[in-house]
Design a protein around this ligand. Sequence first.
Ligand code: PBG
Length: 325
Amino acid sequence: MGSFPEHRPRRLRRTAGLRRAFAETALTPSNLIAPLFVKESLTEPHAIDSMPGHFQHTLESLRKEARELATRGIAGVLLFAIPGEKDPLGNRAWARDGISQRALRALKDELGDELVVIADLCMCEYTDHGHCGILAGDVVDNDKTLDVYEKIAVAQAEAGADIVAPSGMMDGQVEAIREALDEARMDDTLILAYAAKYASSFYGPFRDAAEGAPRFGDRRGYQQDPANREEALREIDADITQGADAVMVKPALPYLDVIREAKDRFGYPMAAYNVSGEYAMLMAAAQNGWINERDATLEVLTSIRRAGADLVITYHAKKAAEWLT
Ligand code: PBG
């Protein structure tokens, strides 16, 4: 590298055209995935207070919203569904006429292949205790839970999900789901593994939106400790070995180092989830006039892409797509 005065780094930044030409990281609507919530037996969309601009949808309003997102060129949607009834075993998660399966059919019917439809695969919205699997006493029984995840995966794939995204952090979940899908001849369905998912305080607003907060205890027995980096890389390695088509790090901003290291180490398709608390925090500051929503959002999304994520799952997808075009 040369030195001053032959080299003047400011030359590259002089005009908007130069800055655009030499930008190292691109952010486009096709990098973005929008999470959507649908709730059984709602008659009209219900606003989520802690997530301004977001709703628990009816099947009808879900279709409309997805149609609008498709028009703006975003890559896909990630569906979360809230059933009318919960039970200890989460049976409505894999029912053929369960709300998630009905919503997946509605989305596919509305969009065909215009948007990638991803189904979140977990049980916390469906169990009355709010944990992500089958309980044995006070703990989630890993292997019993895998049997249920297999049934959910097949039900979601049959309903039209392009991708299933297991988010429960059970050991062996990717392998179990891959085998179940293949056995059901759903070998074209992809798996996006929530591979490194931390036990984070940034999921707060989501738990209102999805009505899946644990009734007792927390998720530290299955989600990861924020202190751990090597463990995250082992989790990602394991999920790739078990057959994940793409892996995810979640949340995004507090774990940019993990995203970068995973991308460098594995060179594998990767998503990062800019979660509900990250969105709520930014929105609260913007609504107070303390930061500029547009600029802060585009900076955040660019930073997640720069860290190495191919796809960013974000509650800002719709607005960002508009700002970017
Ligand atoms: C459920 C799930 C959670 C999120 C996605 N899937 C919550 C949790 O693990 O408690 C969080 C998403 C967000 O905060 O935006 N397993």
